[in-house]
Design a protein around this ligand. Sequence first.
Ligand SMILES: [Zn+2]
Length: 492
Amino acid sequence: MKKLNLQFKTNPTINKTVEIFKQLPSIKERQVFQKFNSLNKQVKGAIVLTCATTLVLSGTYTLKYLDTHENNVFSTDSFSVLAEGKELCKIRDPELVDAALEELEKNLETQYQHDISIENSFEIQPSKAKDKEIATEEQLYDILADNADYSIMAYAISVNGNQVGLVNSEQEANTVLTEVTNYFTQSYVEESIIDVETEETVKIEQVNASSTEIQSVEELVNYIIKGTEEEQKYVVEQGDTYWTIAQYFNMTLDELISANPNSDSEHIQIGDELNLVVPKPFINVQVKRKVTQEEKTPFETEYQYVSYMYNDEQVVERKGEYGVSEIESIVTEENGIQIAKEVVSEKVITQPTTEIVTTGTQDPPPRIGTGTFINPLPGATISSRFGSRSGGFHRGIDMAKSPGSSIKAADGGTVISAGWDGSYGYSILINHGGGFTSRYAHCSAIYVSAGDKVYQGQIIAAVGSTGVSTGPHLHFEIMKYGSVVNPASYIY
Ligand SMILES: [Zn+2]
């Protein structure tokens, strides 16, 4: 578990030989010795005694001094601690390195909550140093801590075999995965969730790592969700829409929306911050959940066929209405986007109402003029006749009937104009050929357009009271070579 790779270049205990140099007395010393020999015995004795006493006294003092100050006077045996050939400090006791490293390791393990291994080796070489050059134990610890390369046993999250990131502990790795999952399920009601799984094979593995590679839980969660560390933001300005921003940054609208899952694309405000990096998550989370929704159900249409109508004519006898059903389904979403839906049950709240339509079986006549005219509004009351009327001239006949009643083309032909026409209100003009045209005015609705070919009897408009009109009626004109004629003379 622990490797303290200490290397001793030279073992200090083996290489401990101390060499003592013996020197011969010098010439000066010999002269002193000769002088000393020429003195008488008593004097000699006194001198010897004095010298001996002095020697003993000074020797004792020197020994005492050296005992306490020796190492600031002389450099004595020490050990240099080196890292990659560079001396870090000097110590007296080489075992202090071991102890300091052990303490460092212990402290790092407490800090990171798991095993640590110090990778680099510190060399110890014998050297000489005075006491004041010697590092204290605290200094040694700090120096080693500053210079130690250690790897810690981190936990890697790998996706399909590729390492995505490292965190401190297995617990942190599990938290990362939980938070990534939560990100994609946060908007769902918890009870609705049936199953959550990742599309990729995700593993947590214990690995050796250096401290700089380790990410915080938050960093790694963010990285996994976005698929990149890139950050690119845009602050919304006046006049911006999702569409213009997407266009400006060469993104699709969908991309911009998926880059901003928490922003409402319809209601952005000046100053809003939008993310411009499209997430490509490393982990794709599939959520299966049960969803209950009220849905509109379509109505059916039932046709009734009658022989007196043409087959392109339709009368809605009863309008259809949508029904409402409560539909329970199992929806599969990947990263919040629906990829499958399976309906489990359906409870009808309101049945749809079938639409009933009457249509004819007859083929319509050819869409050209026949040379004869039929009544454009059967069942109507003539409310004003053609000709002189209270000092003016009435150009057609007025046929009163309830608003919305069907107006038919009096003969086949081509629509010249259909739309608003001043005092006529909504009006239609048809060219029947042979010099004949007809006009249908004050309509509430128009079913044809200029250029359309119509057949005799085709429903072209509905009775109304648009333009200058006193009540719902059809103002009907027939013109022959541009001059109005009395329609009553032509209708059969
Ligand atoms: Zn009229």
